[in-house]
Design a protein around this ligand. Structure first.
Ligand SMILES: Cc1ncc(COP(=O)(O)O)c(C=O)c1O
Length: 430
């Protein structure tokens, strides 16, 4: 038994009273009376995000096109400005991060920058637990070069269906491999990969390494530059609370700034000469050189406010509370829900250094219908097939008491067989 926790709602309330970040919950809109445990899919709206979004709307009304240079945060420079603010959260230099595109489009842009199969190395390493969009994108990159993904995409296998072992990834790294593209945190199990170790090994084999940090950015501090990671990309609508479909980020190690962007566009031009409108492309020697077209200013506007909160709190404090919350989930499942008739289990690494910001609570037979029953009670988790109920207690707006209440609900749903009231057919978005 983890002796830093005790059972009982009183103890959860005590932890809330002692929580130094408790005040930040007030800055967020919590939908209805819900207990929201889904910030790893879509983070919640904050008053700060609302304020910056409304400000930009007002600027459009009052400034029109002049907003590109005269807005309070001039629209033209927002991708660089938010990139620099984001850089602090992932351990990168300001000019190594740019706000641009989507997670998937940034993957395309970066892989097409580094993937030069005609130079000899034709293979790309990913893993079989990776988010499918990444796999679709990598396969299409390989096919664009008239190569067969069957031969040129190495999908590292999971030994247990939950985790990917660093040793197995490293064993696949040989002289046929050009790029290794891996998740920072695995989207289903919440496993955090050892970036430093993987990067060192990849480089010793002459391999470029990149990470999809969609599930770690805003929850786990990274040291992208110090670890010498070549590239990374992530969305801003999950732990970063930028809003539905808000723009993504791209990190490129400064040592690669002289490479030619694989997917060029005019927003990647040397910033102060973009409007020369010259036909020869000369990209900015920063991550900004990897932008393509005009940024979506309304989406970036909400993100500006959302990032302000992170700058106040600091990613280390977020991580500290996040680890305490996820450890508490694990403690409660182990102590209250692991035996018959409940049969829940933990599908997330117990070691803190191997865990991201959510916990996979598994239920072999009824995970989907249990998720439906949770939602009917106003508790919002999400479901990932076949048996994972993802619980993401977010440091900035969730409480320990909410975690306690979720665990009680998981128990009562089995006690009262509440899940039986729901269909086994899944919704389109789960
Ligand atoms: C790990 C991971 N990678 C990639 C994506 C795709 O992101 P997008 O739709 O923003 O391109 C997602 C979406 O949830 C994701 O979780």
């Amino acid at each position: 038994m983890n002796d830093s926790f005790k059972l009982g709602r009183d103890f959860a309330m005590l932890m809330d009273r002692e929580d130094e970040l408790a005040g930040y919950r007030e800055r967020f809109y919590i939908p209805g009376n819900d207990i929201y445990m889904d910030g790893n899919s879509l983070g919640l709206a904050s008053r700060d995000a609302e304020k910056s979004l409304l400000r930009v709307l007002e600027e459009w009304k009052t400034l029109g096109i002049k907003g590109w240079l005269d807005a309070e945060n001039p629209w033209f420079f927002i991708p660089e400005d938010l990139g620099a603010k984001m850089a602090a959260l992932v351990g990168a230099k300001s000019e190594e991060v740019i706000m641009t595109g989507s997670t998937t489009s940034n993957l395309h842009s970066l892989v097409s920058t580094f993937y030069k199969p005609w130079e000899g190395r034709t293979r790309i390493i990913a893993d079989e637990l990776n988010f499918p969009s990444d796999i679709y994108a990598i396969k299409s990159q390989i096919m664009n070069h008239n190569l067969d993904p069957e031969d040129n995409l190495i999908l590292v296998k999971s030994r247990d269906g939950k985790y990917i072992y660093e040793e197995d990834i490293m064993a696949a790294m040989d002289e046929s491999v050009s790029i290794a593209l891996l998740p920072g945190v695995l989207y289903r199990s919440g496993q955090l990969l050892d970036m430093k170790r993987l990067t060192e090994y990849a480089h010793s084999k002459g391999i470029i390494i990149g990470f999809d940090c969609a599930h770690s950015a805003g929850s786990v501090p990274h040291k992208l530059h110090d670890c010498d990671v070549d590239f990374a990309f992530w969305c801003s609508y999950k732990h970063l609370n930028g809003g539905p479909g808000s723009p993504a980020f791209l990190y490129l190690n400064e040592k690669h700034f002289d490479r030619e962007p694989g997917l060029a566009g005019w927003f990647g031009y040397i910033k102060n000469r973009q409007f020369d409108l010259a036909l020869d492309f000369q990209h900015s020697r920063t991550a900004g050189g990897w932008q393509m077209g005009t940024p979506c200013i309304f989406s970036t506007a909400a993100l500006e406010g959302a990032l302000k909160i992170f700058r106040e709190v600091g990613i280390e404090a977020v991580r500290k509370k996040s680890l305490k919350l996820t450890s508490y989930v694990i403690f409660l499942v182990d102590n209250l829900l692991s035996e018959k008739p409940y049969n829940y289990s933990i599908g997330t690494p117990r070691e803190e250094e191997r865990r991201g910001g959510h916990v996979a609570v598994e239920h072999k037979e009824e995970a989907w219908r249990i998720c439906c029953a949770l939602k009917a009670r106003g508790i919002i988790p999400d479901f990932r097939p076949d048996s994972v109920i993802r619980i993401a207690p977010v440091a900035l707006y969730n409480t320990f008491t909410e975690v306690w209440d979720v665990i009680q609900a998981l128990k009562e749903i089995i006690d009262n067989r509440e899940f039986e009231a729901f269909s086994k057919t899944r919704d389109a978005v789960s």
